[in-house]
Design a protein around this ligand. Structure first.
Ligand SMILES: [Zn+2]
Length: 142
C-alpha cells in the first residue's frame, strides 16, 4: 500500500515543480500552447472558532512580457499569496494579495520560490490570527 505523505510539500518544492511542469508544457509542442495560466495550491488550512475554514493559497502565474533587448516575448512567472475565509457572512474574508516581481521562466526556479516564502509566511499568519477570532459559521446552504 502506498504510504500517505505525513507533511504537506514545502513551498519551494511546490513552486519549482509547477515551474518545471510549465516549462515542459511549453516545450511539448502541443497544438494550442497557452503561455498564460495560473497554478493554485492551498498552502495552509485553519479552522476558525465556529469551524469555518480559513485557507492560505499560493498562485503561480505564468505569463509573458515583451523584451526590448531581444525584441520578442519572453515567458515569465510570478507568485502571489492570499488568504481567504469561507465563513458565511464573514466581515473580513480576504487578506490582500501579495505578489512577487515577475521572474523569467528560464531563471533559477529555486530563487523564484525563495521570493515567495515571506509572502506565504505573511498570509499564513493572517489566516492563523483570523481563525482565532472569526465567529462566522461555515455556509450550510441555508
Ligand atoms: Zn472569517
Amino acid at each position: 500500500m502506498p504510504r500517505r505523505p505525513t507533511f504537506a510539500p514545502d513551498i519551494t518544492e511546490t513552486v519549482t515543480e509547477s515551474i518545471r511542469d510549465h516549462r515542459e508544457y511549453l516545450a511539448s509542442g502541443a497544438r494550442c500552447i497557452s503561455h498564460h495560466s495560473t497554478d493554485k495550491e492551498v498552502v495552509g488550512r485553519f479552522s476558525a472558532v465556529a469551524e469555518a475554514v480559513v485557507e492560505a493559497e499560493l498562485h503561480i502565474k505564468f505569463g509573458q512580457r515583451y523584451s526590448k533587448t531581444t525584441w520578442s516575448d519572453e515567458d515569465t512567472v510570478q507568485v502571489a499569496a492570499l488568504a481567504q475565509c469561507t465563513g458565511h457572512g464573514c466581515t473580513d474574508p480576504y487578506h490582500e494579495v501579495l505578489t512577487t516581481d515577475a521572474f523569467l521562466l528560464d531563471a533559477d526556479a529555486a530563487e523564484t520560490a525563495q521570493a515567495a516564502l515571506p509572502l506565504v509566511a505573511t498570509v499564513r499568519s493572517w489566516a492563523q490570527k483570523h481563525a482565532e477570532v472569526c465567529r462566522a459559521l461555515p455556509y450550510d446552504g441555508r
